[in-house]
Design a protein around this ligand. Structure first.
Ligand code: AQP
Length: 344
């Protein structure tokens, strides 16, 4: 052991992220992830996948899964991802993800995984009934990222802990196999408005695909009337909106609705408060509904248009998969060599 800091990674900057085809996409996925993908593709080499291998960590109907992959792809394209710029592909079409994940299963420590709060939340009271895949989910995530030597990972705030684990795995691999700076230690891009959108029914719970109440979320495919109705029914409190962010503390539902307005309008919560201070939710909610319909309506309409031509979506995915396999091959080959596998 030396006291020297590990050598810094000097490869190109790359973006990688993905979304699971595990249910209807909602405003949280859109603002926390999709919008960022579309922006970053203009700044760096970008890989965006549909995480079908992650999705099957909980039961998915095999008759529906491939179509759910197409739906997520349609959402990517409708949010502005350009398949000529970004590589868009299904995770399961690149077997190297699974191969690298196995190697990382042997690098990650049980104690690290035991600390993952998402597993605790998703497995609930009966963790012995959860799939082993759900437990090692963040190891597969590390493989997704490091297979492409991604340096930047745009995700919602809930994924911060998993990204820390990816960094730990990368650092331990580099150290154990005496390959300083082989894998980068990627940065989670979790900042920005919309990184943590909360449920419309409970301002302390994250907006989530798996929430049993559909009224808890705005889905990208919700029709305008339904969007307006869900916002009308959103939980709030009887107080008028205050002037400062500090006064919003302890009012999670109000804070969330202001945050949603700000993220959709590309403004800060402080600016939105300055406009609505002193008004009650009776006045604010219709304005929010109007804005949400204006911003989400075209995304949903474009998704529907794209989904009417599944063959075209499949062409995008097949081309992306080919590019992804090519990009992944050298990293996997070098990893196999470093590990000492026969024939590598
Ligand atoms: N509420 C949220 N606010 C901001 N970002 C969010 N994301 C999810 N929920 C919010 C971000 O969306 C991306 C894709 O998520 P995913 O489908 O891969 O997994 P998830 O985080 O488990 O998403 P859900 O909607 O909460 O699904 P379930 O209910 O299945 O757990 C990620 O970048 C995530 O941070």
């Amino acid at each position: 052991m030396t006291d020297q800091a590990p050598a810094a990674y000097s490869g190109p900057q790359r973006v990688l992220s993905g979304v699971q085809p595990s249910g209807a996409l909602h405003l949280g996925n859109y603002l926390g992830a999709l919008v960022k993908f579309a922006r970053l593709q203009h700044e760096m080499d970008t890989f965006i996948f549909v995480a079908d291998m992650h999705a099957i960590t909980v039961w998915q109907d095999p008759k529906l899964l491939a179509n759910q992959v197409r739906e997520i792809t349609a959402a990517y394209l409708a949010s502005g991802l350009d398949p000529e710029k970004a590589t868009i592909f299904p995770q399961s079409a690149v077997p190297a993800h699974a191969e690298l994940a196995w190697i990382f299963n042997c690098v990650a420590r049980l104690g690290w995984l035991d600390r993952m709060t998402q597993f605790k939340e998703k497995s609930g009271k009966h963790k012995e009934r959860a799939s082993v895949g759900l437990y090692t989910y963040p190891v597969l995530q590390a493989a997704d990222i490091l297979l492409y030597k991604a340096t930047h990972v745009p995700v919602g705030d809930d994924q911060r802990q998993h990204l820390e684990l990816t960094r730990d795995i990368a650092a331990k691999f580099n150290h154990d196999f005496e390959a300083p700076a082989f894998f980068p230690l990627p940065d989670a891009l979790t900042q920005g408005p919309g990184s943590r959108i909360m449920s419309l029914r409970d301002g302390t719970a994250k907006m989530s695909k798996s929430d049993p109440s559909d009224n808890s979320r705005l889905n990208l495919l919700d029709e305008p009337d339904l969007v307006a109705q869900k916002i009308r029914k959103a939980k709030t409190d009887p107080e008028p909106l205050p002037e400062t962010l500090d006064e919003l503390k302890g009012r999670p539902e109000a804070e969330n609705l202001i945050g949603i307005y700000a993220a959709l309008d590309g403004r800060s919560s402080a600016e939105v408060l300055a406009e609505f201070a002193g008004q009650g939710f009776g006045a604010f909610k219709p304005k929010l509904a109007e804005l949400a319909v204006e911003k989400l309506g075209p995304v949903g309409a474009e998704m529907r248009r794209l989904m009417a031509d599944p063959a075209e979506i499949d062409r995008v995915l097949a081309k992306g998969a080919e590019r992804a396999r090519e990009a992944a091959a050298p990293t996997l080959a070098e990893t196999r060599r470093l590990v000492g596998f026969w024939g590598a």
